[in-house]
Ligand binder design. Sequence first.
Ligand SMILES: NC(=O)C1=CN([C@@H]2O[C@H](COP(=O)(O)OP(=O)(O)OC[C@H]3O[C@@H](n4cnc5c(N)ncnc54)[C@H](OP(=O)(O)O)[C@@H]3O)[C@@H](O)[C@H]2O)C=CC1
Ligand SMILES: O=C(O)CCC(=O)C(=O)O
Ligand SMILES: [Mg+2]
Length: 419
Amino acid sequence: MGYQKIQVPSEGSKISFNADGSLNVPNNPIIPYIEGDGIGVDVTPPMIEVIDAAVAKAYGGEKKISWMEVYAGEKATTVYDADTWLPEETLEAFKEFCVGIKGPLTTPVGGGIRSLNVAIRQELDLYVCQRPVQWFTGVPSPVLKPHEVDMVIFRENSEDIYAGVEWKAGTPEADKIIKFLREEMGVTKIRFPENCGIGVKPVSEEGTKRLVRKALQYTVDNDRDSLTLVHKGNIMKFTEGAFKDWGYEVAKEEFGAELLDGGPWMQFKNPRTGKQIIVKDVIADAMLQQILLRPAEYSVIATLNLNGDYLSDALAAEVGGIGIAPGANISDEVAVFEATHGTAPKYAGQDKVNPGSLILSGEMMLRHMGWTEAADLVLKGMSGAIDAKTVTYDFHRLMDGATLVKASEFGKAIIKAMA
Ligand SMILES: NC(=O)C1=CN([C@@H]2O[C@H](COP(=O)(O)OP(=O)(O)OC[C@H]3O[C@@H](n4cnc5c(N)ncnc54)[C@H](OP(=O)(O)O)[C@@H]3O)[C@@H](O)[C@H]2O)C=CC1
Ligand SMILES: O=C(O)CCC(=O)C(=O)O
Ligand SMILES: [Mg+2]
């Protein structure tokens, strides 16, 4: 399509799909990226530099990414107009080019615009938020055995209270919903019905099953030994509880899982390796304790949107913090890779923060594209830079004898360590 402000690179071509549903990645793919608000200016350039260096080293010039800037957030309001935060053509570009990456975008608390990050996930139906949590040797950690932390969160990305279906206290809309609940639905448990905000938590069978299906398939493909459904189903029975029940149903109906010792846990054999896979569930509050005290017992996690948000940052803290926690938002057609952290406004523009989260999101992107040699080099570079104790402020403040480097210098240290 013709774009208004987006400059499509003259070199390069689109990633597309083969008839069997696999990705067809040309040697010179065009990859759209959003720089991001706040520290976006600090982490996006090193990400591009590191990914380009890994691709060049892995393929000796045979492959190369053509980066294409697309706009969202504050930058969009300057490139387009003051009211345009998420241009339609940005979404179109992600759809057309199938694979992209983004820096963080600001969301005001309380009032103002709704989350652009959530809007991108909703508009493109990126229903899986995949966030791997893995420790790099030498990274400072508050847990005793950080090497035991190796989990992959599959967070449902399109439903739940996170979808933003809510009304402000005192508005006619909130009052109307409260009146309906009390007068037509017999609800007596709204403690203070006057001046009360109301939020809705949609959780569907379809939304749950497509997420859990992806998580179980990942468990099989990556020879993981368990999948844990994390929920608060004791309290929210028909949303979080239903998520658990539908999750077990997918395991039973689509993966042949059977009850383990009378249930509710289940098990099935990995059809690829013959190894046992346990499907279990843990209540969300207990899970926040479990991941600290018994991390070795958890591998793949499937959970609803808000739980997944909380778990992502909590788990990231165990392996060095959100400065190094990557992520991906994936649908059946489009994937947009994204750091777990936000815009950290107090550090914006200082070339100070850890670009590791976005760089590792880039690593996930390369793996998604099938460019595994380049992805492996990014991991090698990251490990090497940390081994050499050349680290940004977040690691430096917790590491003895380390050399403090800027965001851009950390990128260069990664590239140096790829050699
Ligand atoms: N996907 C997205 O785009 C996301 C956007 N946001 C948005 O970002 C804004 C700010 O949110 P906030 O709650 O402050 O959360 P942030 O993730 O932006 O920052 C919280 C703290 O995490 C640490 N941190 C974050 N990024 C890095 C990094 N790259 N390197 C090292 N440390 C880092 C800093 O800790 P310390 O102070 O200890 O140095 C920082 O103060 C909000 O508008 C929020 O809505 C939030 C999350 C995700
Ligand atoms: O969209 C936002 O502002 C916050 C999103 C967030 O924290 C996340 O997805 O992890
Ligand atoms: Mg978050």
